[in-house]
Design a protein around this ligand. Structure first.
Ligand SMILES: [Ca+2]
Length: 253
């Protein structure tokens, strides 16, 4: 920050004092912006695993040794296996409507060559296809998807082997909405010093608003609430430079 402050002047007229304070404020804001840009924590872009341990059903099972629940138990040594026919499906209930961003299929050797991933609000009516393939690879298939629903299923239409289809794990990742937020304090903190930036209007280069950091707008850096924060946007803000400023001259909130 190579900003030169105006030379020191004494004594100050009322007008001169005001302009000098404004200049000093500008310099401090630039420094503050740089400081906050450095301090702003990287937002956690990883979505949560929503399917583990959730209620799950399947079109069939090969035997009681391979139940549907084994596909969402988080155990890499247990698996669901279907009857030896097409088609088959396995459906997990996430409990609440979720934004689904990723599905991971951990196939046993008996995988599906053709399948779709689908979502539904109720699990019984219309299903929306969010991924489809007729060239499934087996192994671990890590799929980026975009969908919304409480129920997510894999619907297989063509087996790759003479056996059924079998999954060590079926993992659905996403977010279920904004986390609970604490209401901001309505009064400035007590004490001898005055927090000049409290609740003053703030502007930033970008801000984040998604499941990893909901409503992380610039005002969150000035609300005197350690539980809230500003973050730059993962879409177009994780680049240099990033900035934030606050207007100390605005009237009190
Ligand atoms: Ca398992």
């Amino acid at each position: 920050m190579n900003r030169t402050l105006p030379p020191s002047l004494t004594p100050l007229s009322r007008a001169g004092r005001g302009s000098r304070l404004a200049a000093l404020g500008s310099a401090l804001l630039l420094l503050l912006g740089a400081y906050l840009a450095i301090l702003a924590p990287p937002a956690d872009a990883a979505d949560a695993l929503l399917s583990q341990g959730r209620p799950v059903t399947a079109s069939s099972t090969e035997s009681v040794a391979f139940p549907a629940s084994a596909a969402v138990d988080g155990n890499a040594g247990t698996r669901w296996s279907s009857a030896f026919s097409d088609p088959q499906w396995l459906r997990v209930d996430l409990g609440v409507s979720a934004t689904v961003s990723r599905v991971v299929l951990r196939w046993e050797a008996a995988y599906a060559r053709a399948f779709t991933i689908e979502t539904s609000p109720t699990g019984t009516d219309t299903w929306t296809t969010i991924h489809t393939t007729t060239a499934g690879t087996g192994g671990v298939q890590d799929l980026a998807v975009t969908g919304t629903g409480r129920f997510v299923r894999v619907n297989t239409t063509q087996r790759a082997t003479q056996y059924g289809v079998s999954l060590w794990e079926f993992e659905v990742y996403g977010s279920t909405g904004p986390p609970p937020t604490t209401p901001p304090p309505t009064t400035p903190p007590p004490g001898g010093a005055t927090l000049l930036s409290y609740a003053k209007p703030a502007v930033a280069s970008t801000s984040q608003n998604d499941g990893a950091c909901f409503g992380c707008t610039p005002d969150k850096a000035f609300d005197h609430d350690p539980a809230s924060r500003w973050a730059t946007s993962p879409t177009n803000g994780w680049v240099d430079p990033g900035w934030i400023y606050v207007d100390l001259g605005a009237p009190p909130p």
